[in-house]
Design a protein around this ligand. Structure first.
Ligand SMILES: *[C@@H]1O[C@H](CO)[C@@H](O)[C@H](O)[C@H]1NC(C)=O
Ligand SMILES: *[C@@H]1O[C@H](CO)[C@@H](O)[C@H](O)[C@H]1NC(C)=O
Ligand SMILES: *[C@@H]1O[C@H](CO)[C@@H](O)[C@H](O)[C@H]1NC(C)=O
Length: 301
């Protein structure tokens, strides 16, 4: 009887994998303010962009935050998150790390987070349309991230600065971004994928308000907008500073956690299912064992 119990306990211990891939996948996409330029300034002597390397506590690495590298490997996440993705630019602090740390602080049982950085500086919404290089990269990297059996929890999207230059692009922003969201949800096979997007704090052209208007009124379900207007900007008046990115990440975490109930309703993931099943089997066995011993004890009397 005791041996059987030990056997069950041991087999249960073996079924727990030592290095589990992350179960909570987040796509980070958009342009420079998603890639992260916090702390990046001009070095006037060398005339190059340099990152100051300052990483506030809210952006520090955490064993529960991984990132998918350009080579599609899970690695410990640290700033700058897009260093091997937005390779032609100098990357700094973005919203991804403070977002993840805030989610884990507010929901300690959330589980390991896997970030999938896909943002590239200077890109307009047309460069993200279905069939483009950036679109295919995003779908491909996300599918690679799901190989470990995780669930896509949300797309974090911060883009549109490049669409403020001409009136035509600004007016078409709403239609183009909605099409992008619908296509991406379809191709990732998550029709109600939560999208947390940012309303612009800045832009490269004069039509910022037209793009912001499109971002603030959501026609699609499960899309939430957090407003970055008023957050501090670097001297280039285009990029969020490091403290601004910390604040933005926390705002996005709040928006995501508020959207959680509808996320949970999508039911157990494929990866949860076997674990829950094996738990169920071992609990059932334990209860049968207890009942058996009870019967034996009663019989002996
Ligand atoms: C970086 O620049 C090279 C050369 O211009 C270009 O081929 C490549 O697509 C760029 N990559 C990104 C991620 O912008
Ligand atoms: C978007 O950016 C690409 C690359 O810079 C450019 O070729 C294209 O004309 C832009 N598209 C629109 C609609 O602005
Ligand atoms: C850095 O210098 C470039 C030109 O060398 C300029 O276009 C850019 O606005 C400058 N950025 C900042 C943050 O001053």
């Amino acid at each position: 009887m005791f041996r059987l119990l030990m056997l069950i306990l041991l087999s249960h211990a073996w079924s727990v994998r030592p290095h589990q891939p992350p179960q909570n996948i987040f796509i980070l996409a958009g342009q420079s303010n998603m890639a992260g330029r916090g702390g990046v300034t001009n070095n006037t002597k060398t005339n190059t962009q340099v990152w100051d390397g300052i990483v506030p506590p809210q952006c520090q690495p955490n064993p529960s935050i991984l990132r998918l590298s350009a080579k599609l490997k899970w690695v410990r996440a640290h700033e700058p998150l897009h260093a091997d993705i937005d390779v032609n630019k100098t990357n700094g602090v973005g919203p991804g790390m403070p977002f993840s740390n805030a989610v884990l602080t507010k929901d300690p049982n959330f589980g390991v987070i896997g970030l999938v950085p896909c943002a590239i500086g200077g890109t307009n919404i047309s460069e993200w349309k279905k069939g483009s290089f950036l679109y295919d990269q995003t779908v491909g990297r996300t599918q690679a991230a799901l190989q470990g059996g995780g669930v896509i929890r949300a797309l974090l999207w911060y883009q549109g600065e490049s669409d403020t230059v001409t009136l035509e692009d600004a007016e078409l922003y709403k239609q183009r971004s909605n099409k992008f969201f619908v296509d991406l949800r379809y191709d990732l096979q998550v029709p109600m994928l939560p999208i947390i997007r940012v309303a612009l704090a800045s832009g490269q052209g004069p039509y910022i308000d037209i793009v912001r208007e499109a971002q603030l009124q959501n026609d699609l379900l499960n899309v939430r907008t957090v407003d970055a207007r008023g957050l501090p900007l670097e001297p280039d008046v285009l990029h969020l500073t490091t403290p601004a990115q910390v604040r933005l990440g926390e705002m996005m975490a709040d928006a995501f956690l508020q959207s959680m109930p509808s996320t949970i309703k999508t039911g157990p993931s494929y990866s949860d299912a076997p674990t829950k099943f094996s738990n169920f089997v071992s609990y059932s066995l334990m209860i049968s064992l207890l009942l058996c011993s009870l019967c034996l004890i009663l019989n002996f009397r």
